[in-house]
Design a protein around this ligand. Structure first.
Ligand SMILES: [Zn+2]
Length: 98
């Protein structure tokens, strides 16, 4: 009985890299870097984590339906995997939370 169970566990595919994309939303990931505020029903906005906004302007916008982000000041845009890539490459320079 117990041996059977063990076999099933071992047989699970291990080749695919564990992905956080399905379990975490873009908003959750970004909110670790900048404070996000609701803007209408489809968007949240915040200070851009990609560029240093001295005026603390909320130029960074996430489209919750498209699950993508865009900064209207520095032009950075992408989806959750692009953001996580930037995270890895230390491109997030402006990561102060309010
Ligand atoms: Zn920006």
């Amino acid at each position: 009985m117990f041996d059977e169970v063990k076999e099933v566990v071992v047989a699970q595919p291990k080749e695919e890299a564990p992905s956080t994309v399905d379990t975490q939303t873009l908003m959750e990931v970004v909110s670790q870097y900048t404070k996000l505020n609701p803007f209408g029903t489809a968007y949240v906005v915040g200070v851009c984590p990609f560029h240093n906004s001295r005026l603390r302007n909320q130029t960074f916008m996430i489209n919750l339906h498209k699950k993508s982000y865009h900064c209207r000041e520095c032009g950075k845009h992408g989806d959750i995997s692009a953001f996580q890539k930037a995270e890895k490459n230390n491109e997030l320079t402006n990561t102060q939370k309010n």
